[in-house]
Design a protein around this ligand. Structure first.
Ligand code: F0G
Length: 352
């Protein structure tokens, strides 16, 4: 029983990695595909959660970042830059720290969850708050790295990010012994849906699986450009990770949807928060709000009769709930402390 080696070693023959490159890894990937009992009961399907919050920095971004930082180092770059709603910056900061590279992150002012900011700080990134949203930050990152090519751009517009992230689809097929019928995931900048579709397609082309899932891409209602078919100028949602109005991987997402006979749908903040609370309360999995969009979309699709009984469904839950404690505690009433007394405990439990 050998320990999980990280995704570059696990899938080296399917990744663009030079033989003698130094690999920068935190042993990312190999995340659980967890049977979701309550969601299965609700939908009559066999539902699984791909728990990406259990990656080293708490999100799926680590899959792309092990590739992007390994690649940047092999190219002789000494610094990396990204735009981020938080998770990309936490991941870039950690991998750059291991590679002894400088990392700078451009984040939208005041719109990033506290845990993610704390991670970037602890891993020693240079944090630059920008008076603008994610889309402004990404444009700025692209322009900066175009002008200063010694700085590597580690957003998912960098194709090696997609290569790393496609391994999540490999892991799902490896675990199930087949591709699922439906795959639901949150969509922001649309790199991840592009990556999953690439992974499923490569496995099918090589005969590892005989089919590919229908893709269900879920956006927040206030930031749903792919659902509307046009960019959104001022995206707004409580799910700050996917508060994005002009997805960079637009074409990849549309291809995934069309080739898979899939759909894009929007979930309101209320639906996202309800799914967020439901999976914490019933499945024991604490995710961040954006991650719950996949489950919110699945439940809405089920309500509309889009699912068939007995189908195998995978929902990617993309990030760990600990990243955003503020949203978890939103509206929680202040609780009075009790005396050190068993009777007071029982009374607080409303047993006496
Ligand atoms: N879920 C979480 C938790 C995310 O952080 C992101 C993207 C997504 C879903 C959407 O993935 O962009 O590939 O469609 N976060 C980026 C960031 C934008 O900067 O951390 P996508």
């Amino acid at each position: 029983h050998t320990p999980w080696p990280g995704l570059i070693e696990a899938y080296r023959d399917r990744l663009p990695i030079g033989e003698n490159w130094k690999t920068i890894t935190l042993r990312e990937g190999g995340t659980p595909l967890l049977p979701a009992g309550h969601l299965s009961e609700l939908t009559g399907c066999e539902v699984y959660l791909k728990v990406e919050g259990l990656n080293p920095t708490g999100s799926f971004k680590d899959r792309g970042m092990t590739m992007a930082v390994t690649d940047a180092l092999a190219r002789g770059q000494r610094a990396v830059l990204c735009a981020s709603t938080g998770n990309t910056s936490a991941s870039a900061a950690a991998y750059a720290a291991v590679a002894k590279m400088t990392c700078a992150v451009l984040v939208p002012q005041g719109k990033i969850a506290m845990g993610k900011l704390a991670q970037a700080v602890m891993h020693g990134a240079k944090i630059i708050q920008v008076q603008g949203n994610f889309d402004d930050c990404l444009e700025l990152a692209r322009k900066t790295t175009a002008e200063f090519p010694t700085i590597g751009l580690v957003n998912s517009v960098n194709p090696v990010r997609i290569e790393g992230q496609k391994t999540a689809a490999f892991e799902i097929v490896d675990a199930l012994g087949k591709a699922p019928d439906i795959h639901a995931l949150p969509v922001g900048n649309a790199g991840n849906i592009t990556a999953y579709w690439k992974g499923y397609s490569e496995y099918q082309a090589d005969g590892v699986s005989s089919s590919r899932p229908r893709m269900l891409g879920v956006q927040a209602a206030g930031a749903a450009p792919l659902v509307h078919g046009a960019p959104v100028k001022d995206p707004e949602t409580i799910a700050t990770a996917i508060r994005i109005g002009a997805p960079a991987s637009w074409e990849g997402a549309v291809r995934a949807k069309e080739e898979s006979n899939g759909v894009f749908r929007a979930a309101t903040d209320e639906e996202i928060l309800a799914a967020y609370r439901l999976i914490a309360a019933t499945e024991g999995v604490f995710v961040e709000p954006a991650s719950a969009a996949s489950v919110a979309g699945l439940l809405a699709a089920h309500a509309e009769g889009w699912l068939d009984r007995g189908q195998t469904v995978v929902c990617t839950v993309t990030g760990n709930g600990l990243k955003d404690p503020d949203t978890a505690l939103l509206g929680m009433p202040a609780v009075q402390p009790i005396p050190v007394d068993p009777v007071a405990v029982a009374s607080a439990l409303e047993l006496v």
